[in-house]
Design a protein around this ligand. Structure first.
Ligand code: SF4
Length: 292
């Protein structure tokens, strides 16, 4: 297997066949992200990727899902992606769904026809980190995508019949933009109504610009209860158009919740409210158990 760096994949792809198609992330500018800082983005040699698929196919039978890593495999020309998807499925007839990370730019470059062809071939889910629904926050963190463009991508992915799974970041607006970030992100998720959305909590990584801002006193992270207040504001403002499965059970979070919105919205708001009212840290995940 020719795997460069660590395997980075969504938690829901833990049992998938992981095939590395690109190394790094073509954007690689987000101020909070240290994942690919030491990697120069490149598309791997397709012949090598196919050898890896051959190896993985012989390694274990019965995979039902595959995930194409790293950062944004959707940036590949559609013909190359189709070729890889067909190859994976030919070698692994049991695979029912293939997933990728897709950033806003990469999705917008694809035509509706290309996305439809990819979905028909087996690309069933796109994972997208949107981080915030607030324009100023997105500008500050150099996400390279504003809310109206993210909305456009959500509509394109869903129109092609693919599942969309988005992540947002508690705390990414800092203390200064905490409320705006939370309210706008809740509204934005409601407007986009992906099938899945997850909240993670910012962790300050030493190799990032955000960390340097933090040590220079330019960025201040809300405290644990400030972060929980963001979670509550997101939920309060999340008026969805279709059912959304929302989670905050990622290892970085202080309070794990799982909810189908709108069905469970009031129930989880009540739960978060109760923890906010008690301000009892023993109800939260201890610091040493948090991770990315
Ligand atoms: S958060 Fe995603 S888009 Fe931003 S630099 Fe990291 S991998 Fe790339």
């Amino acid at each position: 297997m020719d795997y460069v760096g660590h395997v980075i994949r969504p938690p829901s792809e833990a049992y998938s066949m992981i095939i590395q198609v690109t190394v790094g992330c073509s954007h690689n500018q987000c101020t909070f992200c240290g994942t690919y800082k030491d990697q120069k983005f490149r598309v791997k040699d397709i012949a090598q990727v196919k050898r890896d698929i051959d190896e993985m196919s012989g390694y274990r039978y019965g995979f039902t899902k595959a995930f194409l890593a790293d950062g944004d495999v959707l940036i590949l020309p559609t013909e190359d992606l189709l070729d890889l998807i067909h190859y994976i499925r030919k070698k692994n007839p049991s695979i029912e769904r293939i997933g990728v990370y897709g950033n806003t730019k990469a999705i917008l470059k694809k035509t509706p026809e290309e996305l439809l062809a990819l979905r028909k071939a087996g690309l069933g889910i796109v994972y997208q980190g949107i981080e915030s629904g607030n324009r100023e926050v997105l500008r500050r963190i150099k996400k390279g995508a504003f809310p109206h463009k993210q909305l456009e991508t959500a509509e394109k992915v869903k129109a092609a019949g693919m599942l969309l799974s988005q992540t947002v970041l508690l705390g990414i607006g800092g203390v200064a933009l905490s409320e705006e970030h939370a309210i706008d992100t809740g509204r934005h998720l409601g407007e986009m109504s992906p099938q899945y959305a997850g909240a993670l909590t910012v962790m300050l990584l030493p190799n990032t610009e955000l960390y340097r801002d933090y040590t220079a006193g330019k960025f201040q992270l809300p405290d644990k209860f400030g972060l929980l207040n963001e979670l509550k504001l997101m939920l309060v403002n999340m008026k969805v158009k279709s059912p959304l499965y929302f989670t905050s059970n990622h290892a970085s979070n202080y309070l794990p919740i799982k909810a189908e919105i709108p069905r469970d919205r009031h129930m989880v708001i009540k739960l978060v409210d109760e923890v906010l009212r008690k301000r009892d840290e023993s109800l939260l995940k201890p610091e040493y158990m948090r991770a990315l």
